[in-house]
Write a protein that binds this ligand. Sequence first.
Ligand code: GSH
Length: 207
Amino acid sequence: MFEVHAFSTPNSVKVPIALEELGLPYTLVPVNIRQGAQKTPEFQALNANAKVPVLIDRARDLVLTESAAILIHLAEQTGRLLPAVGAARARVFEQLFVHASGLGPAFGNAGYFRKLAPEPIPAAIERFGAEADRLVRLLDGLLARQQFVAGDELTIADIAHFGWLWRREFAGVALDAAPHVQRWVDELQARPGFERGIARTMALAAA
Ligand SMILES: N[C@@H](CCC(=O)N[C@@H](CS)C(=O)NCC(=O)O)C(=O)O
């Protein structure tokens, strides 16, 4: 049994989706980041970096942070959603790094400067919005040639990118000029595992 400390956020949703797709049992513990619950000493004892999600894997006595690291750990427990060796595995890591170093921060900053910053800074809105759009075009090129972001099989790289594409409105990203990304989002959202993971994550905001 896994325990996931999370909220209804783009980085959180990846973990319940992966657990659902892998058929692993888990419980969810809400961390209301709107009310500052990530800054409490109790939560920071789990993650000194004060961010969700956090996975607790009691069977392995492991408390793990960073959504990409959590996805890799879960895939490795099951031997699914991450090829064991070779070029196919390298492609998954390539996309996980694009996500963690590029797409995730671009979407997060685009959303922050559009919606949350105390005063408007046009250069920041333009810079991060353009970067988010550029990375969506990069994915669109990939998805024009293959069904999933790392090839022709669903992997944890799809789950990672999906988290932020699911919350694209916050970042001001539209998919009108990215038909292949739209097709991929529609297909993923229709999977029962994604539906259940999203529903359980959304329910955290009401907890
Ligand atoms: N690189 C981290 C980013 C985690 C992250 O930024 N989480 C956000 C929610 S999506 C958060 O906890 N924000 C609260 C804060 O920064 O105070 C990951 O992928 O897990």
